[in-house]
Structure formats: structure tokens, C-alpha cells
Design a binder for this molecule. Structure first.
Ligand code: AHR
Length: 512
């Protein structure tokens, strides 16, 4: 057992934690949409108008704030008209990017909006820049959002939706430096302005336009894209509401097989997202010192080799307690940098990459990452306060640290602490979350709370007896949070034991 100390400084506020930092992403890829969400009305699997009921029941309590769709790479090959109207008349297409799989188009715009409403998420639609046209995207916005009288709005009504969908978040392409068209940043900037010009506010919901940002630490993309916009005349700057970078921490070993060194290596890679945020924000602040343009991390998470019994292109992966720590570390970083980042979307919702749920036939299980989403929910919309770790550091042997230094991901030497976390306050509730990142040693953690006295506190702990533990259809509850347990409070200190490789959430009552 090691002894670790953290401090929470209630009087040092960082900012409001945007609820959108707990966002999600669902792409037409592998088994995410079919059968992850959509099984069809005639399916023996219980459904709500074709949408799986078990998935809705599992996701609704999470209060997922935003759901990005239809891609990913799929977005720049997708034509929205294929996905409206009677389903038996919709064309069968090929999913070019993902295994040339058949795309029946049964899950289209109306089904997406229905799904968002069922789980309580705000829709975020990504338009097709790579193989589409500005008119196609303009028409999609009008179809979705126009409250008045027009052929497109009336077509939406004929398809069953009298009221406009009022979609606020619109992505102008995805990864346009890669699968979205292999563009240079200056060329994409021209295209962005062209598309953006026709993204009209068709309703009382103003468009929030999201531009394609960089891959990981490609600061050059951010600099050149924003500079190109600046050269066109800074008055156009307000047209970009957010810039969305992607960062996947990848893998070390496989999804379920890894050494303790690989455990630490993956967590170090996950922690590198902190440098991605501060790096892009630094570049953005040079050109946009008033921070009118938000930073988004549009896709993030672990990317392991696909499970051996599944096709590689389907990106189906298991999810262990290690992935739960990847999620927890990342959300804690988002909270600590909530003054610099507006939205974050985990890739992806179901059956693909670091998912919240895995479904098979009529069964649906929650992954360890799902439980982190649930445990971390009280942070959404709360005031982040300073969280300082005074604990030991862990090393992965130098590989990731050297990579991060080379990439300028961290200005300080890279390190992973045994205890990493974040804290926030809403009214008289203090929420503290942290990981014990050590794969073998439990930690006796002393939490010093400065600025007010915690009256009482309780903790929920997500841990496992094996660092490879995960949930399966045979053992769906192997990894799940503990029941709430009281935390020892002594003056300005809280004491809790964090098992090796665990995620902890403490909720404390502050004086009103
Ligand atoms: O999430 C899987 C893929 O990763 C997305 O389609 C693409 O945007 C990214 O490269």
C-alpha cells in the first residue's frame, strides 16, 4: 500500500465544465448503427420504432449531452437524401470506407433525431465536404431546421416531422486532411468558407459551425487553417464556431492482453491528450486571443486491434478496466482544462472502438467505460476547481515521454502520477474524481480540501481483481462500481483507499 496526497482548492475556480465534454460519437461503421442502435420495427429484439430498447434504457440514465453522426470517414461519403422517406424505397449503398459493407440507409436523419430524443442527447450532424456540394449541405440544414413554408420543410413534414429538428451543431466535413478529401489546410479553409456561407439559420436555433481540426499534434494544420481564414479578412472569423481535433491514444498490447508496463504505457498515451489541448489552444490563442473559436476534441479514445472473431474493418474491441482509466484520465483532463475546451466526443457509442455498450443479438452489456460516464456525470455543468496531486509518479520506461517531448505535447517533462483527477463544485456538492493508475499497488489517499469544510462524504469505486478484467455476455457485471460507501472525514481531510488500477468518485457535502 502506498500513501498518496491530493489537494482540492475550492477558492481557485477554473471555469464551468461544459456538459458537452461528455459527448459521444456514432458512425455507420461495423456494428455501431446496425445492430447497435437499429434493428428495425419487425425485429424480435424489443425496439421502439426500430431502435433497440435495451440500448435506450442503458444510455438514457447517462444524460449524454451530444451525439455526433453519421461519421467519421462515412460522413464525407454520405448523401443525406438516401436516408429519408419510406425505408423500403431507400437505396442500398456500399460503405466504401468500412469494409465495403452494405448500407441499407434504414437509419437516416429522422431515425437519428428520434434516437437522440430517446436518450436525451443533442444532435450533431457532420456534413459531406469530401464528395458532396455546398447545396447538398445547405438543403440538409433547411430540411432539418426550417420552420416556415418551403419544399424541403414540407418534405420533412410529409416524412412525419411537423416541427423542425433545430439541429445546432453542424460539422463541415471530417478529417479533410485524410479520408475526407486529402486536402491541404489552406484549400480546406477556402472550402470551409464556401460551405459556411450557405449554412443559414433557418430557425431560432443559430448554427454552430464546426471546422475540421488537426490529427493529434499537427499544429501546422491549426496554424495554416486559421491563418488562411485570417488572410481572407478577420471579419469572417466568427463563421468558425469551433475547431475539432482528433486524438486516439492507440493501444499497447491488445484490448485484453497486456503487461503491467503496457498498462502504464497506454495510460501515458491517454494523458498526452493534455498536451494536444494546450498545444492547439496555444496556436489558436495566437490568432484568436479573445478565444471566440472553441476547441473540440471530436474523436478520442483507445484503438486496439479488433477482436479476432470480427472483421478488422469493423473496429470491434473489448473494453477492460484499463480502458475505464483511459476514459477517466481523459475526462479529468477535460475538466481541468474546461477553460480551453468546449466539447469532447468519445469514439464510439456501441460495438466500435472504446464503446459504452456492446450488443449481441438480444443482449446488451455495459463496458467499464460506461461506468466511468455514469460516475463522472455530476461534473457536467459544475464549476471546476483546482486539483493538485502531490503523489508519486509512474514511468512507462520513457517511450511515450520521449514521443511526447518530440511532439511538443508537454512543455514540462512528461509524467503520469499515481493519482490523477479533477474536482468541481455545484451548489453545496463537491465532486472529486481520480484514478489510482498503479497497476499493482493500492493507495491510501489523503485529500486535503482547502476553502470549506466537508461535512460528510461518500465514495463509489470502480476496480477489479485483475488488470485485464472486462465484461462479457457470459459475465456482464464482472466490472461495475461499488455501492456508495462513507468516506472518513477528519477536519479538512478525507481519507480513502483506492485499489490498484481503480477509478474513484467522492461526493462531499459542503456548508450551504
Ligand atoms: O472512429 C473511426 C474513424 O477514425 C473515423 O471514421 C475517422 O474520423 C477516424 O479516422
Amino acid at each position: 500500500m502506498s500513501r498518496q496526497r491530493i489537494a482540492v482548492l475550492l477558492n481557485e475556480t477554473i471555469g464551468t465544465i461544459s456538459p458537452y465534454l461528455h459527448g459521444e460519437f456514432a458512425e455507420h461503421l461495423g456494428e455501431c448503427i446496425y445492430p447497435g442502435i437499429w434493428v428495425g420495427e419487425d425485429s424480435p429484439i424489443p425496439n421502439i420504432g426500430g431502435i433497440r430498447r435495451d440500448v435506450v434504457d442503458a444510455l438514457h440514465p447517462l444524460g449524454i449531452p451530444v451525439l455526433r453522426w453519421p461519421g467519421g470517414c462515412f460522413a464525407d461519403a454520405y448523401h443525406w437524401r438516401d436516408g429519408i422517406g419510406p425505408r423500403n424505397k431507400r437505396p442500398l449503398r456500399v460503405n466504401y470506407h468500412w469494409g465495403m459493407a452494405p448500407e441499407p440507409n434504414h437509419f437516416g436523419t429522422h431515425e437519428f433525431i428520434t434516437f437522440c430524443r430517446l436518450i436525451g442527447a443533442e444532435p450533431y450532424i457532420v456534413g459531406n465536404v469530401g464528395s458532396g456540394t455546398p447545396a447538398e449541405l445547405r438543403d440538409w440544414v433547411e430540411y432539418c431546421n426550417f420552420a416556415g413554408d418551403s419544399a424541403l420543410a414540407n418534405e420533412r413534414r410529409a416524412n412525419g416531422a411537423d416541427e423542425p429538428f433545430r439541429v445546432r451543431f453542424w460539422g463541415v466535413g471530417n478529417e479533410n486532411w485524410g479520408c475526407g478529401g486529402n486536402m491541404h489546410p489552406e484549400y480546406y479553409a477556402e472550402l470551409f468558407c464556401r460551405y459556411r456561407t450557405f449554412l443559414f439559420n433557418y430557425s431560432d436555433t443559430p448554427i454552430h459551425a464546426i471546422a475540421c481540426g488537426a490529427a493529434g499534434s499537427d499544429w501546422d494544420w491549426t496554424w495554416k487553417f486559421l491563418n488562411a481564414l485570417k488572410r481572407k479578412g478577420w471579419s469572417r472569423r466568427h463563421l468558425v464556431n469551433s475547431l475539432a481535433a482528433h486524438y486516439y491514444c492507440g493501444t499497447a498490447g491488445t484490448a485484453t492482453q497486456y503487461t503491467t508496463e503496457q498498462w502504464t504505457e497506454l495510460l501515458c498515451r491517454a494523458k498526452a491528450i493534455e498536451g494536444i489541448i494546450t498545444g492547439h489552444r496555444t496556436v489558436m490563442d495566437e490568432l484568436d486571443p479573445e478565444q471566440k473559436i472553441n476547441l473540440i476534441i471530436d474523436e478520442w479514445g483507445a484503438w486496439h486491434p479488433a477482436e479476432p472473431d470480427k472483421p478488422g474493418w469493423g473496429l470491434y474491441q473489448q473494453n477492460t478496466i484499463r480502458d475505464a482509466l483511459v476514459a477517466a484520465l481523459t475526462l479529468d483532463i477535460f475538466h481541468r482544462h474546461c477553460h480551453q475546451i468546449f466539447m469532447g466526443n468519445l469514439a464510439q457509442l456501441i460495438n466500435v472502438l472504446q464503446s459504452l455498450l456492446l450488443v449481441q443479438e438480444d443482449r446488451c452489456i455495459k463496458t467499464p467505460t460506461y461506468h466511468v460516464w455514469h460516475m463522472y456525470a455530476p461534473h457536467k455543468g459544475a464549476q471546476a476547481v483546482r486539483f493538485e496531486t502531490l503523489s508519486d509518479t509512474l514511468s512507462d520506461g520513457g517511450a511515450v515521454r520521449d514521443f511526447c517531448r518530440q511532439q511538443y505535447l508537454q512543455r514540462e517533462p512528461f509524467s503520469l502520477q499515481v493519482i490523477e483527477g479533477s474536482a468541481s463544485v455545484r451548489e453545496n456538492t463537491l465532486c472529486i474524481t481520480f484514478c489510482n493508475t498503479h497497476p499493482e499497488q493500492p493507495a491510501e489517499v489523503e485529500v486535503l480540501v482547502m476553502g470549506a469544510t466537508v461535512q460528510e462524504a461518500e465514495a463509489v469505486v470502480l476496480s477489479a481483481d485483475d488488470i485485464h478484467a472486462h465484461n462479457t455476455f457470459e459475465q456482464p457485471e464482472r466490472v461495475k462500481p461499488s455501492a456508495p460507501q462513507p468516506v472518513r472525514v477528519e477536519g479538512d481531510r478525507l481519507y480513502i483507499t483506492a485499489p490498484a488500477g481503480s477509478v474513484v468518485r467522492i461526493l462531499g457535502k459542503l456548508p450551504s
